[in-house]
Design a protein around this ligand. Structure first.
Ligand code: ADP
Length: 497
């Protein structure tokens, strides 16, 4: 085979090999490029992941911080609640601050505190709270506050909280504060009460790691506000307590005066009773003689008297009878009042008493054609009383009803039981008693000043006697009436067991 033939055969082979190699190189290059781009992408992904990991760590840190802050806030709020519970029950101003203790402060993240209130009369700040300071330290603080009254008052007036976190330090220099109060971080909050109390609450810590936050400022501000409100409550309580004390003192004084006055009245009343009793007694003897001699003269034992003398003597006799009646009533009243008449209490049936008195006055009832309506419930008839005295009560009440009720009128008697008492009501259709006289008619010698009374005989002693008798039985008597439309006298007695 010729060389040219060999060349002819090898050349295409060579070309083919070159082409194949070329294609192989191209494929490899493509692959390398592909790999390169994949590597790029991987790197980018790795970078992204790295970024994300960093973000996650940052977020986690922030979350932890927020959690810490939240924990701190919750602890602070609990501490505030405890302080509030401890101080709000203090009823005196100087007790309020004494109830704040180191544990409370520790929960708020502080270990030192002091509080001052402005004294309006003494015109200076008075120390109220000291937690964590020695005698020497607190004296230094007192001197500082005393020397900076103006600045402190301005701070209170601004109603703003000032702390080591505050940007502006134009009110009180922060560094000065740190030195005086021996702390690294601090908060001062004004205490203001509606009643006019004002002061400053100072809290601080020496812990260099503790950083005051806005949350801390907020809590101390709430605490200062709470203290202001508690001061208001204490003032209000003190005011009410003082008013009550004054009232009690006045009531005591008045009671003492009234007791003295009552004693005096009792003394006078006793003297009056004694006087009435002795006068009545003294009158009885001459009256008995007058009556005796009149009777002798009237009986003609000293010779027949001329007609005129006879008539005058009969008048004297009648008037003497009336006088004896008055003297007897007066004596009875004074005896009952002074307790010299003992009521002979026994079970009596009121129906019998009413019937007896009705009989006694039947003539007068008939004369005026007055209807007597007796409606006595049997269940309320048995009372514990002195029969003869109760008869006098009925005679007087019936007698009055008869006197003051015009002809054709009606008198009714009713009874009922209330617990242990029996109540009797004696009503009439007479002239009635004006409201203003209804209490006075039970006093001795009182008679209503009206035309009817002027035409009716009476002494004004009957009801006074009745009242004395009823009260000596442990009962009560009263009247209900309207002028012109009758009267109802009611009295109570103990029901017989
Ligand atoms: P006296 O009847 O002797 O005047 P009393 O003490 O019994 O004295 O009564 C005092 C006054 O009360 C009477 O004067 C009369 O003005 C008034 N009074 C009493 N009972 C009645 C009555 N039933 N109706 C109207 N007035 C009465």
């Amino acid at each position: 085979m010729a060389t040219s033939d060999i060349i002819n055969i090898l050349f295409p082979l060579f070309i083919l090999t070159v082409i194949l190699l070329g294609m192989l190189v191209i494929v490899k290059i493509r692959r390398v490029k592909q790999l390169q781009s994949q590597t790029e992408e991987l790197k980018k992904s790795l970078d992204d992941m790295d970024e994300q990991a960093k973000l996650i760590v940052r977020t986690d840190m922030e979350l932890n911080k927020i959690q810490d802050e939240l924990d701190k806030k919750i602890t602070g709020l609990y501490a505030l609640q405890r302080i509030s519970r401890a101080t709000s029950t203090a009823l005196e101003e100087n007790q309020i601050f004494k109830r704040i203790n180191p544990e409370h402060l520790e929960d708020l993240g502080f270990e030192r505190a002091s509080g001052f209130l402005w004294h309006n009369e003494e015109k200076k700040f008075i120390l109220q709270l000291n937690v964590g300071y020695s005698e020497e330290e607190i004296n230094r603080i007192k001197i500082f506050i005393g020397a900076n009254e103006e600045r402190c008052l301005k701070l209170i007036a601004s109603e703003k909280t000032f702390s080591s976190l505050s940007q502006s330090d134009n009110l009180i220099a922060k560094e000065e504060m740190r030195n005086i109060f021996s702390v690294t971080s601090f908060i001062i909050s004004p205490i203001i009460s509606q009643q006019g109390n004002k002061g400053l609450l100072f809290v601080g810590t020496q812990n260099t790691e503790t950083l005051i936050t806005e949350g801390d400022e907020e809590l101390i501000k709430i605490l200062a506000t709470q203290l202001g409100q508690t001061l208001d409550n204490a003032h209000l309580f003190e005011k009410t307590w003082r008013a009550q004390q004054e009232l009690e003192d006045r009531v005591k004084e008045r009671t003492r005066e009234l007791t003295l006055a009552l004693e005096e009245v009792k003394k006078i009343s006793r003297r009056k009773t004694d006087f009435v009793s002795s006068v009545s007694h003294e009158l009885r003897t001459p009256l008995t003689s007058v009556k005796g001699y009149t009777a002798i003269l009237l009986a003609g034992k000293l010779g027949k008297l001329p007609q005129e003398a006879q008539e005058r003597l009969e008048k004297i006799n009648r008037h003497t009878d009336e006088l004896v009646h008055i003297v007897n009533d007066l004596l009875d009243i004074s005896r009952i009042e002074s307790g010299r008449v003992i009521m002979k209490l026994e079970p009596i049936d009121l129906r019998n008493t009413v019937a007896k008195v009705g009989d006694l006055l039947s003539g007068q009832l008939k004369e005026k054609n007055i209807y007597l309506d007796v409606i006595m419930k049997p269940s309320a008839c048995s009372v514990l009383a002195d029969n003869s005295q109760i008869e006098r009560v009925f005679i007087n009440l019936f007698g009055n009803a008869l006197k003051f009720t015009p002809a054709e009128g009606k008198i009714s008697i009713q009874n009922h039981k209330i617990d242990k008492m029996v109540q009797v009501d004696v009503s009439d259709t007479g002239c009635g008693i004006p409201k203003e006289a209804q209490e006075a008619i039970f006093e001795e010698f009182f008679r209503v000043d009206n035309a009817i009374n002027q035409g009716v005989k009476g002494t004004g002693l009957g009801l006074a006697l009745v009242k004395n008798i009823i009260e000596a039985h442990g009962g009560k008597i009263w009247v209900k009436s309207k002028a012109g439309s009758g009267a109802t006298f009611s009295f109570t007695l103990f029901a017989a067991p």
